[in-house]
Design a protein around this ligand. Structure first.
Ligand SMILES: [Zn+2]
Length: 153
C-alpha cells in the first residue's frame, strides 16, 4: 500500500509520536481543540475495526486503559470521547481507509499549560466540530513532553 499516507509517515509526521506498541502507534494530534487529543494508528493497512484480529483488539484495550489513565493523571481529564470516523478517506473515488482512532479528553475544569488556561466549554455535551485546534507551539510541546514522560505502551 505505497499510496497510503498512514503507511508512509515521514520523520516529520512522527515528531509527535508518544509511544509505539506491537500493533499501534500513539500520536499527539495536530489539532489540540481538546488538550491532549491523541490518535491511535494501527501499524498495518486495515480499513475497519471489524477487520482487527484478536491480538490487535487486546492491545487496543490495553492502550485505551493506559492512555486514559495517563490523560487523567497528567492533565486532569474527566472523561474521554473516543471516535473512529474515517470520513475523509471516503471523499476519494476509490476509498482505501487506514484504521485510526481519535481520543478527545474532556475536562470539567481548566487545564493550565505554561500559564495559559484551556477550558472545555462544551463539557457534558458532544465535542465541538468547529473549535480551533491551534494552540501555541510551546504549549503543544509541553503537553507532548508531559504525556510522553508518563505513557508507557
Ligand atoms: Zn495504510
Amino acid at each position: 500500500m505505497t499510496e497510503c499516507d498512514w503507511c508512509n509517515l515521514s520523520e516529520e509526521d512522527k515528531k509527535y509520536l508518544l509511544c509505539e506498541s506491537g500493533y499501534w502507534s500513539v500520536f499527539l494530534a495536530d489539532e489540540q481543540d481538546y488538550i491532549g487529543r491523541c490518535i491511535l494508528v494501527l501499524k498495518r493497512h486495515c480499513g475497519s475495526m471489524a477487520e482487527l484480529n484478536a491480538d490487535e483488539w487486546n492491545e487496543l484495550r490495553e492502550l485505551v486503559c493506559k492512555l486514559e489513565s495517563c490523560l487523567k493523571a497528567v492533565l486532569g481529564a474527566a472523561l474521554f470521547n473516543w471516535s473512529c470516523l474515517m470520513n475523509s478517506f471516503y471523499k476519494a473515488a476509490a476509498p482505501d481507509p487506514h484504521l485510526h482512532i481519535h481520543v478527545r479528553p474532556r475536562y470539567d475544569k481548566p487545564v493550565m499549560i505554561n500559564g495559559r488556561a484551556y477550558t472545555d466549554g462544551e463539557f457534558g455535551h458532544h465535542y465541538a466540530l468547529h473549535k480551533s485546534g491551534a494552540i501555541p507551539a510551546e504549549d503543544r510541546e509541553e503537553v507532548f513532553i508531559r504525556l510522553k514522560e508518563r505513557l508507557k505502551c
